[in-house]
Design a protein. Structure first.
Length: 249
């Protein structure tokens, strides 16, 4: 079964639909006020994260042929993760939805994204948390998860990548504070756990979403004391008016 079909089947399950709805809500809130001319989404399944964004020119990239993704769409392109077909400094917004899990070298894609982003451009990502509630399910046969052997990038590791590429993380949130149970009945029974886990174990969400900005390099002054004013008279005292009058007499 192809990677795209695995994602499609998983998002048709109760657990997949629940996560998809939660992520869609987060994307809608965080993409609404991002402006510009060009926006790109890279995602391994049929998903429109840009529906609530007001950028005019929107494109969807895929790293593999997916009939469900390209059917009836005129803005979907099959590309290579090693070299995105975009000029440098040309895109205002890039959305990466669970794409790192499908790549052997996700860092190379992040370098390409940094290249095509404009200065002060926005990068939005979502990724499975290898230290979250769902991570333990990867070691069982019936895990109810897609791509259990895939590369789940830790948040600390991703932060290091961003520092190397001058990408600044300005916001984020953990999602899915519930077990990876594919049963609506048990999901309702365990719903009371979510608020407690979110409060006391805030970094154990199954998915993390981040908002990132490509920062522009600032100017560097050659002389650090260029704006420092120097005293004209040093510590010399200034004669008072009374002294001046006394001398005249």
């Amino acid at each position: 079964m192809g990677t795209e079909n695995i994602w499609k089947n998983w998002f048709s399950s109760p657990l997949g639909r629940k996560l998809l709805a939660e992520e869609k809500d987060w994307f809608d809130k965080n993409l609404e006020d991002i402006f510009g001319y060009h926006a790109v989404q890279i995602c391994p399944y049929s998903f429109d994260s840009l529906s609530n964004n007001r950028i005019v020119y929107k494109y969807r990239f895929s790293f593999g042929l997916c009939e469900d993704l390209i059917d009836g769409q005129d803005n979907v392109f099959i590309v290579s993760p090693e070299a995105l077909p975009l000029p440098s400094d040309s895109v205002d917004l890039v959305v990466l939805a669970h794409i790192f899990e499908t790549l052997k070298e996700p860092h190379s894609l992040l370098r390409e994204v940094e290249r095509v982003l404009r200065s002060e451009g926005k990068l939005i990502i979502s990724s499975f948390n290898p230290y979250g509630l769902w991570a333990i399910n990867r070691y069982f046969n019936d895990v109810n998860l897609p791509l259990t052997s895939a590369n789940w990038v830790a948040l600390a590791r991703f932060k290091d990548w961003c520092k190397l590429l001058d990408l600044e993380i300005v916001g984020g949130e953990f999602l899915a504070f519930y077990p990876a149970i594919n049963s609506p009945k048990w999901q309702k029974r365990l719903a009371w756990l979510q608020n407690g886990v979110r409060r006391w174990l805030p970094t154990t969400g199954a998915v993390y979403c981040l908002s990132i900005i490509k920062r522009r390099e600032g100017m560097k002054l050659l002389k650090s004391d260029i704006w420092v004013s120097k005293a004209k008279f040093g510590k010399k005292t200034v004669p008072s008016v009374s002294t001046f009058c006394t001398e005249k007499k």
